[in-house]
Design a protein around this ligand. Structure first.
Ligand SMILES: *Cc1c(COP(=O)(O)O)cnc(C)c1O
Length: 218
């Protein structure tokens, strides 16, 4: 547990997979964590964090970034269109682009703001009705649609169903990304980031294994 342990495990998983460890970004998922734990990880020199709610990120990060100006935040949770502008001003990447309406909103705002965070399209690899994300069969079309809107799509993201073998989902996500010429793969959490790295993850999203169990549900 802890940042150093996770960094070591990432290095080992990458090396075992014949990959360069520096090709994998560790997103420390700080949602719902007490601020002291987040500060401790910042003090250890880590600079990339993940939040799943715009509201929570907006309440926490501007103050932290005054003290740690090079700290960056990625949005990894669902994004409502009415929070899109605020998100775009706050984060350097959004991992939850999951529907045409959001793509259109982001494209319009990108014109307005003159910039856009890097985008990952979330794919619902398990085709779970309650889960966000584009269905695998619709992913190619949606990638094309986002590109036609000039959106900076850099990769795909998935959250495998809890009760299934994650590797199958990581493999599927990697396959969809490859055939669409996308190099970014946001996959792997505390319980499965090593497997995700074996399947090509470029961004692993690790929360509780770094910070400890979340004290409130996310
Ligand atoms: C909370 C969360 C994580 C981190 O989960 P852990 O199991 O604590 O590592 C990763 N990705 C998303 C989208 C999350 O919401």
């Amino acid at each position: 547990m802890g940042l150093q342990d996770i960094t070591d495990r990432i290095t080992k998983a990458a090396t075992d997979a014949g990959r360069d460890p520096t090709s994998i970004d560790l997103i420390a998922v700080s949602k719902v964590q007490p601020i002291g734990r987040v500060e401790a990880v910042l003090d250890q020199g880590h600079r990339l964090f993940g939040e799943n709610r715009v509201q929570e990120a907006a309440g926490k990060w501007p103050a932290l970034q005054e003290r740690f100006p090079d700290a960056k935040v990625h949005l990894i949770g669902p994004l409502q269109t009415n929070k899109a502008r605020q998100a775009m001003e706050l984060v350097t990447a959004i991992h939850s682009l999951d529907r045409p309406k959001l793509a259109q909103t982001l494209a319009r705002l990108a014109q307005d703001l003159g910039h856009c965070p890097k985008l990952f399209i979330q794919v619902n690899t398990g085709e779970e009705p309650q889960k966000a994300g584009i269905l695998p069969a619709e992913a190619d079309g949606f990638v094309a649609e986002c590109r036609a809107l000039d959106l900076p799509v850099v990769g795909l993201m998935c959250i495998p169903p809890v009760e299934e073998t994650p590797s199958l989902h990581f493999a599927l996500l990697a396959k969809i990304a490859a055939r669409n010429g996308l190099t970014g793969l946001s996959m792997g959490m505390s319980s499965d980031f090593e497997q995700a790295i074996a399947f090509g993850a470029t961004h692993v999203r690790v929360g509780s294994a770094i910070f400890g169990e979340r004290v409130k549900p996310a």
